[in-house]
Design a protein around this ligand. Structure first.
Ligand code: HEM
Length: 512
């Protein structure tokens, strides 16, 4: 027996050494630069994903190794606008198998993790009906009601000069809005604390997914082993709540509301009764972080940068206050669309601080035999490679965005020439692009625009502490005090800024 164990250990060691040697020398990606350990194992990315600072590490590695970096035995990352356009707009490319990490069960897919094209198209058609620009016209009153709740909270805080931590405040708003849009359900995140644990649940879920995407080996280990990332108690609680929401909605007339569940039900006709709730759960599990967390990041970043850049603050306040006659006029329409500086502030906030900062991993579609080489920035991508563009690095590529760590909404309005402007548009990846680009982009812009415009209509605001910024003396980006700091847990997570609101005397009566 002892002899057998010895031989097996020896054989295994030789196998591992040969594998590592192959990855370093003969592997089709051997010629690409990158950190040594990353060339040997996905565990390199996995560890940084566990630490939640993988976006900063990849940015540093792009600075060290250039526009293409090998970030796993079979992985390549780019940071150019040409790579971004080539990869995400190609018919030959699909989401990588690492998205399996986001599946609850092997045979259940949602719009985020589905890889089959036909199934994706069907899901996109359905969900598109709920989040499209047209749909937003009927949903806007509900969104406005929720934003009114936020404004009342800010008014209350201002009465006692209490600072407001923007991150949890707008996350609660975002989740409430998605609760209505998804299930016509009032989660009351903004007014009661009962469901506040949801914020932690979404954060842990996203983190787990990100770690497993970087290090897929962990997906195959039983979830209990990494249950520290998503304790079963929270999981069970989340599923119970989704169950309650779905049941509550099913007890109402299906066409009484224009929400995700109503649309899915409408599309299924009589079959709806037999719809497995799990399928709705899995769609809902993505819908909340997709719709709630992403917009919260954009809004938090905008507050952070506006409260530190008084010139930009003043320009935006002037634009909003001269475009409308009352706060209730601020709603979807040509007047809001004409606020160009507002749009530039949102885009610049998302550029500096993308809500999804990492790599959206892609691979060649199954059946693509690679006869025709797939070329990105002059590099042939071998079959079996996972590849993508790192959004944070692309957004801080100074060839496209000069002085990338400066918050300058003006760059979107006064590009030095047509070419420079085109490069910025092509290099702006906050919503991704192509057939798997964000389906909720119109909703994201609408929500951010309404929150920022209405807040600046009713209030002036300023920062009260350095919360959300970097810490002087820390190395790299963490040391930048005027950079909004996030952790990378697939969606960005953050804290702050801390803001004091002062009602504008001539208009605050409109709110009461
Ligand atoms: C500022 C706000 C937002 C940002 C920055 C954002 C960003 C993104 C990104 C980067 C993706 C691609 C993910 C991937 O390829 O893995 C995506 C996909 C998606 N987003 Fe958003 N998102 C935002 C708001 C929303 C909202 C409000 C909704 C609606 C509830 C939404 C729904 C979706 C859906 C359904 C997809 C999957 C699309 C598909 O695969 O066909 N997003 N989003």
């Amino acid at each position: 027996m002892e002899q057998f164990i010895l031989t097996a250990t020896l054989a295994f060691t030789v196998y591992i050494l040969c594998l590592l040697g192959y990855r370093l020398t003969l592997h089709p990606l051997a010629k690409f630069p990158g950190p040594l350990i990353a060339k040997l194992t996905d565990g390199f990315g996995g560890v940084y994903a566990l630490r939640k600072d993988i976006h900063l590490k990849i940015y540093e590695d792009h600075m060290t190794y250039g526009h293409v970096v090998r970030y796993g035995p079979d992985r390549l990352i780019f940071n150019t606008e040409s790579a971004f356009q080539t990869i995400y707009n190609s018919d030959r490319v699909t989401k990588s198998h690492v998205y399996r990490a986001a599946q609850q069960h092997a045979d259940q897919f949602n719009i985020f993790n589905v890889r089959d094209r036909g199934m994706h198209r069907a899901k996109r058609r359905l969900i598109g009906q709920v989040v499209s620009e047209k749909s937003m016209r009927s949903f806007e009153p509900v969104m406005l009601q929720q934003i009114d709740v936020l404004l009342q909270k800010l008014m209350k805080a201002s009465a006692s000069s209490a600072p407001v931590n923007i991150t949890p405040t707008v996350r609660q708003l975002g989740i409430d809005i998605v609760g209505h849009l998804g299930f016509g359900y009032n989660l009351k995140m903004q007014t009661e604390e009962t469901n506040h644990w949801l914020m932690n649940a979404f954060y842990l879920g996203d983190w787990r997914i990100n770690v497993c995407m970087q290090w897929p080996l962990l997906t195959w280990i039983r979830p209990e082993v990494i249950s520290g990332l998503m304790p079963n108690s929270i999981r069970a609680r989340l599923f119970d709540l989704l169950d309650t929401m779905i049941k509550a909605r099913l007890s109402q007339k299906i066409d009484s509301k224009h929400d995700l569940l109503g649309v899915i039900a409408g599309s299924m006709g009589n079959e709806f009764k037999s719809l497995r709730q799990q399928e709705l759960w899995t769609e809902a599990l993505f819908f909340f972080p997709a719709g709630g967390e992403t917009t919260a990041t954009a809004i938090s970043a905008a507050f952070f940068y506006l409260s530190r850049n008084r010139e930009c603050y003043k320009k935006l306040a002037d634009e909003i206050r001269s475009s409308f006659l009352s706060g209730s006029e601020i709603r979807q329409g040509p007047q809001l669309a004409s606020c160009r500086y507002l749009r530039a502030v949102i885009d610049e906030s998302l550029r500096m601080c993308p809500s999804v900062p990492g790599v959206l991993w892609r691979e060649l579609v199954t059946g693509d035999d690679g006869t025709e080489p797939f070329i990105v920035d002059g590099h042939v991508i071998p079959k079996g490679t996972q590849f993508g563009v790192h959004i944070f690095s692309l957004h801080h590529n100074e060839e496209i965005f000069p002085r990338p760590f400066e918050f300058r909404p003006e760059r979107w309005l006064e590009a030095k020439d047509e070419e420079a402007r085109k490069a910025m548009d092509r290099g702006f990846a906050a919503f991704s692009t192509g057939s798997r680009g964000c389906a909720g982009k119109p909703m994201g812009y609408l929500e951010c625009s309404l929150v920022l415009a209405k807040t600046l209509w009713y209030f002036d605001f300023e920062k009260v502490s350095d919360l959300g910024g970097g810490v002087l003396g820390l190395p790299g980006i963490r040391g930048r005090i005027n950079h909004f700091q996030v952790d990378d847990t697939f969606a960005a997570t953050h804290n702050g800024p801390s803001i004091k609101f002062v009602p504008r005397p001539d208009v605050s009566h409109e709110l009461s």
